[in-house]
Design a protein around this ligand. Structure first.
Ligand code: PMP
Length: 442
């Protein structure tokens, strides 16, 4: 069955497939961290539905919540009507929101994907401010629909001004650390305050507290606070895209909480649906000036997703899984950094909580970092090694470990394990990854 299914689907499906090319597996069963293929092979899944599965596959509390809705005879599809299931989901979600937003939040249920909620956020701040332009960041990923793409790092657009996202290892200014981040903040101020630049005050700023698809870059807390001050002082709504960083992933329930920043708008999806499609935008009540029908989406009332999501949010909160992600993530980062000391092909190990990236570089090439020989460079990055990253992913697969690749050059091996990961499982993941790296780098 395994080979036949792979062959038929690769003949039928679009050339745009990505995961299926790199990961020739046919999952038929899954539980927790483990996926089992049609050929009987078992894998440790650190892709987790691209960071969706906070509790891993088929967690009993999620299955129970779904069964309860199915057995109750409740309608599965309700557009945007009020229901007991939605009431329970919204109550639980608002309970988790950062203080300062929780007590005056509004929610709009969106189409099923993260990108739908991004579109809603962009439209909301445009409607609320009456302005059009947007501030977004290099390396950003917000989704695949037109507005979200426009705000993502690779795209260019007249409506979006792109600002440098702070990075240590590949700092756009060759500075890294706090100084690079400060320069990014000053760049932002200069752009906004230079009345002769022709850049009108934008409708909003959208950012990821940790860039995921862009290659796992945690924003420094001080930089996020600067961005909050800069936008607040100019009446520019700040949109935090927590589609990937939310629900405990980075070691806080929401990643903005590390810095104490309270955004005006939060874009939420992935884990909030407990493995089923769900996306919402949550924002301060005074922004709620768009008229009825300003945003819709037929599938904004998926009751199974709301029930699975409410159960997931409650489980993460009640079991302290954000704190658990912080300690286990710190331990895994330390282990990976120890590995990097012996592996010249590891350029940098980055992450926060259980959102981890290992950037692979070509150790035989000269560092290619400094844009100017006069600048004091904190890190000397070597050229990215996408072929090596692909080889590591393949070797991981041979060892029964599924990892994701990311970053502008697809040279970052990414781990997004469930927050329920045990110490033993973490050790197994790291063993297999280290072994795969050693083989691939040989
Ligand atoms: N924002 C971020 C930060 C994401 O990581 C993603 C998905 N990787 C999206 C938006 C888009 O979500 P979706 O793929 O569900 O449209």
């Amino acid at each position: 069955a395994h080979e036949g299914i792979l062959r038929r689907q690769s003949a039928r499906e679009s050339a745009a497939r990505t995961y299926a090319r790199a990961l020739p597996i046919v999952p038929v069963r899954a539980r927790g961290l483990t996926i089992e293929g049609a050929d009987g092979r078992r894998y440790l899944d650190c892709l987790s539905g691209a960071g969706t599965l906070a509790l891993g596959h088929n967690h009993p509390v999620v299955l129970e919540a779904i069964r309860k809705v199915l057995d109750s005879g409740a309608p599965l599809h309700v557009l945007d009507l009020a229901t007991p299931v939605k009431d329970a989901f919204t109550t639980e979600l608002f309970h988790t929101l950062p203080r300062g937003l929780a007590d005056r939040a509004r929610i709009q249920f969106c189409g099923p994907a993260g990108t739908d909620a991004v579109e809603a956020a962009l439209k909301l701040v445009r409607a609320a401010t009456g302005r059009d332009g947007m501030l977004a960041f290099t390396g950003a990923y917000h989704g695949m629909t037109a507005g979200a793409l426009e705000a993502s790092g690779g795209a260019s657009s007249n409506r979006v001004a792109r600002l440098p996202y702070p990075q240590d290892y590949r700092c756009p200014f060759g500075l890294g650390g706090a100084r690079g981040a400060e320069l990014s903040a000053r760049w932002t101020e200069t752009l906004l305050d230079d009345t002769k630049s022709g850049v009108p005050t934008p409708a909003g700023m959208i950012l990821e507290p940790v860039q995921g698809e862009g290659g796992v870059y945690p924003a420094p807390d001080a930089w996020l606070r600067r961005m909050r001050e800069i936008t607040a002082a100019r009446g520019i709504p700040l949109i935090a895209d927590e589609v990937q960083t939310g629900v405990g992933r980075t070691g806080a329930f929401w990643a903005v909480e590390h810095s104490g920043v309270v955004p005006d708008v939060m874009v939420l999806s992935k884990a909030i649906g407990g493995s089923l499609p769900l996306a919402v935008v949550v924002y301060r009540d005074d922004l709620d000036v768009w008229p009825p029908g300003a945003h819709a989406g037929t599938f904004r009332g998926n009751q199974l997703a709301m029930a699975a999501g409410a159960a997931t949010l409650a489980y993460v909160r009640e079991n302290g899984l954000a704190a658990r992600a912080a300690t286990l993530g710190a331990h895994m980062l330390a282990q990976l950094r120890a590995l990097a000391a012996d592996q010249p092909c590891i350029g940098e190990v980055r992450g926060r909580g259980l959102m981890i990236g290992v950037e692979l570089v070509d150790p035989t090439s000269e560092p290619s970092g400094s844009p100017s020989p006069d600048l004091p460079v904190t890190a000397q990055p070597r050229p990215p090694a996408p072929e090596l990253a692909a080889a590591v992913q393949r070797e991981c697969l041979h060892r029964g470990l599924i990892v994701e690749l990311g970053g502008r050059h697809s040279s970052v091996v990414r781990l997004l394990p469930p927050l329920t990961l045990t110490d033993e499982q973490a050790a197994a993941v790291l063993d297999r990854l280290a072994d795969a790296l050693t083989t691939a780098a040989r």
